[in-house]
Design a protein around this ligand. Structure first.
Ligand code: HEC
Ligand code: HEC
Ligand code: HEC
Ligand code: HEC
Ligand code: HEC
Ligand code: HEC
Ligand code: HEC
Length: 312
């Protein structure tokens, strides 16, 4: 595979629209790092065709040629013809991702070439099966969680979307979305409820052991919570919570739920209902008392007035 000498190319002063036949020798970034603005694809999706060469070179994939992923763009520049020597496995995976990709399903499938095991677990996860089996585009793909494929940085850096400081927000992009919650039947306001939990409070102040979403759910192979393979299925919960809470019992593990008050979350539900009944009865008692008091006062005054009248 030919390597792109990114750094050397950065200074080449080049207007990409003035290229001629000699453009064959130019690399992708010669144009793509000089392009400004967004373009609309045939499907009407807005994409940013600019790739920041310096940020790219500092990313975990910065040493790779663009065509390591954009395998269809082998001819350089890519107009007029795109070559089609995409490996069979990747081509067939790409054909299942066309509805999820914005412009290049092959690039989205190409991750599997170097991250094969991760890709397999993702395909079997609730997110992957949403895309591949259900043919929806709502489930999280690699780049939904890791951010732009051009700028992925190691997990321990602040810019990583999966850094502990950012991961809750990354999951929240979708799990806070009420439309999606309704469509797939998961709880609304999961983040709000997380932040008000013991765990969320410790997370915000930077407790090193405070669990985030992925400590309880894992990440590439996330399952529906009732699925026996899910770490938060009832049978696995004592083990999952027990990693941090030694000797967690069946009773202890009921302490965490994202569900808002409702029939599925009966304790707080009936507690809240009880409080409402109590408040209403206290209120009724006070109001009743005031009214009765007022009536007796008026009656007293009227009677007294009547009596006083007699006296005069
Ligand atoms: C001579 C300039 C030029 C070069 C070199 C070039 N591109 Fe592009 N590229 C463009 C332009 C202009 C667009 C937007 C319009 C279009 O699609 O043609 C674009 C769009 C794209 C898109 C968005 C999808 C699409 O089809 O619109 C991808 C992906 C892409 N280029 C990848 C590459 C890769 C990978 C290389 C190197 C192998 C490369 N480009 C080399 C000019 C260039
Ligand atoms: C690690 C894999 C990978 C590498 C390496 C890579 N890309 Fe991409 N690129 C992708 C993926 C995945 C997409 C999104 C595809 C989609 O949703 O259709 C993408 C999208 C694009 C787009 C469309 C606009 C956008 O941001 O969605 C352009 C333009 C582009 N890449 C150019 C490049 C250029 C130029 C290089 C080399 C400097 C490069 N890519 C290297 C994976 C890669
Ligand atoms: C040509 C091989 C190759 C392809 C294709 C590829 N990667 Fe990578 N990826 C690597 C290598 C090598 C590393 C390790 C880099 C390092 O450790 O510095 C890596 C590291 C990563 C990391 C780890 C970041 C961290 O936290 O350390 C993520 C996430 C990642 N790749 C995602 C993707 C995604 C998403 C795609 C597809 C869009 C993709 N990769 C395509 C080779 C590849
Ligand atoms: C639901 C979100 C999510 C999706 C989807 C996802 N990842 Fe990850 N990925 C993570 C998280 C979180 C971590 C880091 C976990 C940790 O803290 O160690 C990670 C770590 C990684 C790593 C570093 C090695 C490792 O296993 O820790 C690589 C490489 C990677 N992902 C590639 C991919 C690829 C390729 C895809 C698409 C098939 C993908 N990821 C899809 C969330 C996701
Ligand atoms: C302390 C462990 C723990 C943490 C942290 C956690 N979850 Fe959960 N999650 C659970 C348990 C247990 C369930 C089982 C269903 C329930 O009681 O809500 C669940 C269920 C879910 C469900 C499906 C059921 C529902 O209520 O909608 C989703 C979606 C979910 N979690 C997303 C998240 C996200 C996003 C985060 C991060 C903000 C997160 N979880 C953090 C333990 C956790
Ligand atoms: C791009 C949007 C998106 C992102 C980002 C995302 N999810 Fe999801 N997630 C979904 C959708 C959509 C579903 C439902 C899929 C289905 O049922 O077909 C889902 C399902 C789930 C479920 C199963 C819900 C259930 O009913 O039991 C859990 C747990 C979950 N996600 C956790 C996470 C965690 C943890 C993260 C971050 C590491 C994350 N998700 C990131 C979109 C997303
Ligand atoms: C990654 C570690 C981790 C995991 C996994 C975890 N917790 Fe916690 N949990 C904590 C930390 C840290 C605190 C704050 C404790 C403190 O400061 O004393 C905490 C506090 C709590 C508290 C508050 C009362 C107390 O004992 O301090 C409850 C209740 C709780 N967790 C329940 C759960 C349940 C139920 C699960 C499994 C669904 C779970 N936790 C999973 C780390 C974890």
């Amino acid at each position: 595979m030919k390597r792109v000498f990114l750094v050397a190319l950065l200074w080449i002063p080049l207007l990409c629209f003035t290229y001629s036949a000699s453009a064959e020798t130019f690399t992708c970034l010669a144009c793509h790092s000089a392009m400004k603005g967004k373009i609309r694809t045939e499907e009407g999706v807005l994409i940013d065709v600019n790739v920041d060469g310096e940020k790219y070179s500092q990313s975990v994939h910065g040493g790779f040629d663009c065509i390591a992923c954009h395998k269809q763009f082998g001819s350089n520049p890519h107009e007029p013809a795109r070559i089609t020597n995409v490996p069979q496995g990747i081509a067939s995976l790409a054909s299942k991702l066309t509805h999820k990709a914005k412009v290049d399903p092959v690039a989205l499938a190409a991750c599997s070439e170097c991250h094969g095991d991760i890709y397999k677990s993702w395909q079997q996860s609730i997110h992957g099966s949403n895309v591949i089996q259900k043919k929806q585009s709502d489930g999280a793909s690699c780049v939904d969680c890791h951010g732009s494929p051009h700028y992925i940085t190691p997990k321990n850096t602040a810019t990583s979307h999966i850094n502990k400081k950012n991961i809750v927000k990354t999951c929240g992009e979708c799990h806070e979305n009420e439309g999606l919650a309704r469509k797939y039947g998961f709880s609304t306001h999961i983040l709000e409820r997380y932040y008000e939990s013991f765990h969320g409070k410790k997370y915000v102040i930077g407790h090193p052991n405070a669990p985030t979403c992925v400590d309880c759910h894992k990440y590439h192979d996330i399952k529906k919570w009732e699925d026996p393979m899910s770490p938060v299925a009832w049978d696995n919960r004592t083990e999952t919570c027990g990693r941090c809470h030694k000797g967690a019992t069946k009773k202890f593990v009921t302490a965490i739920t994202h569900k808002p008050y409702g029939k599925d979350n009966p304790v707080p539900y009936y507690f809240e209902k009880g409080m409402i009944v109590l408040l209403l009865s206290v209120f009724a008692f006070i109001v009743g008392h005031v009214i009765l008091d007022a009536i007796s006062e008026i009656r007293d005054k009227v009677l007294r007035k009547g009596k006083e009248g007699h006296h005069e």
